[in-house]
Design a protein around this ligand. Structure first.
Ligand code: KG4
Length: 334
């Protein structure tokens, strides 16, 4: 089954063609970073307008790359939640029109389910159950993936996402947007014990819930203090200490969840899964615990449409299709 998949929830317009949930025939991405970087973050209206401009040519290009004609497409899948609402609406509307015009089923896909499914593309042998930590610019959640479409959120951030923590920290350090990669790069020149940063925990019930706003504020305060007093700031050391703190907050909880559930497989997904410290710490923790680690290659960590096509296949198998009244949602339970 060949699925034309669309992703437009934030600042990447993406269209892919995926066969039977596992084989990527085309994976086209247009990144809007250049449009937003002068503002230091994503401007929602600019994002939506850019999606509108590029989505049709991108879909044509995806078909061409896959060597397919429109009539070869068996279904259309799209991210319908969560995301910047104006941005998601563009992808949903395009997908609805395409499904209608082609006379094929329309499959709505939750963006985070898509991130999790990126692992099915990277690791053909991976099957549920497994624990997955989904870490991106807007979401941070620990998920019990019981089946391809049967998922339970074990815990999530109560405030900022891990990616937000990196992005805001990078902004005060003058590292530009998006900030995760520059912080990652800079951290390699610094000591991870240069600054004693907090690792906030949530003490009212769920040990798998997380909080990143205190850590973000600690970095912002250190930067402002240095600016106001004229004292030097060890930016590489701060970047390394931040990567270590974020990693320690994520890895321990994820390993605890895998142990609690008795799952041999641990997966990580989302843009922040590109972080080299987090990848290395997960590799070490899984090796020590005798569990198998699955982390997608960098291209499949960030937003892309191939992951939507992968999850779309399993949603279709489970009968989760929509009619042309499908709407887009800024927030949505997993
Ligand atoms: O998954 P994604 O592309 O978009 C969302 O669905 O949000 O994730 C984007 C996030 C941004 O916050 C970006 O700074 C972060 O992923 N990111 C990283 C790295 N590369 C991207 N964070 C830490 N280290 C990285 N190497």
């Amino acid at each position: 089954m060949k699925i034309l998949a669309v992703e437009s929830s934030c600042d990447e317009t993406a269209v892919a063609v995926v066969e039977d949930g596992r084989k990527v025939l085309a994976d086209e991405i247009f990144s809007q970073v250049k449009l937003h970087e002068i503002y230091g973050g994503v401007v929602p209206e600019i994002a939506a307008r850019s999606h509108l401009e590029v989505i049709v040519p991108l879909a044509d290009r995806a078909l061409k790359t896959a060597g397919l004609a429109r009539r070869d497409i068996d279904a259309v899948a799209c991210t319908y939640a969560p995301g910047l609402i104006g941005a998601v609406l563009v992808g949903v509307n395009f997908a609805k029109s395409a499904a209608l015009a082609l006379g094929v089923p329309l499959i709505p896909v939750h963006h985070i389910r898509g991130h999790i499914a990126a692992n099915y593309l990277a690791f053909p042998g991976l099957e549920p159950p497994f624990v997955c930590l989904a870490i991106s610019g807007g979401n941070t959640m620990l998920v019990d993936v019981r089946g391809y479409t049967d998922m339970r959120v074990l815990g999530q951030t109560r405030d900022d996402a891990a990616g937000e923590c990196f992005d805001k920290s990078a902004r005060v350090l003058g590292l530009g947007y998006p900030g995760g990669k520059p912080i990652d790069d800079l951290s390699k020149q610094g000591r991870d014990d240069a600054y004693d940063l907090p690792r906030p925990s949530v003490n009212d019930g769920n040990p798998f819930d997380m909080s990143f706003s205190g850590l973000k504020t600690a970095v912002v305060n250190l930067a402002h203090h240095a600016e106001q007093t004229g004292q030097p700031l060890d930016k590489p050391g701060l970047a390394a200490s931040l990567c270590r703190a974020v990693s320690e907050m994520l890895v321990g909880r994820t390993m605890d969840a895998a142990r609690m559930l008795g799952y041999p497989a641990v997966a990580v997904a989302g843009g922040v899964a590109a972080n080299s410290r987090i990848r290395a710490d997960f590799a070490a923790a899984c090796q020590a615990a005798g569990r198998t680690l699955y982390v997608p290659p960098l291209r499949l960590c960030g937003d892309n449409a191939a992951m939507i096509g992968a999850q779309g296949y399993y949603e279709y198998q489970a009968g989760h299709t929509a009619d042309s009244s499908l709407n887009a949602y800024a927030t949505m339970e997993l």
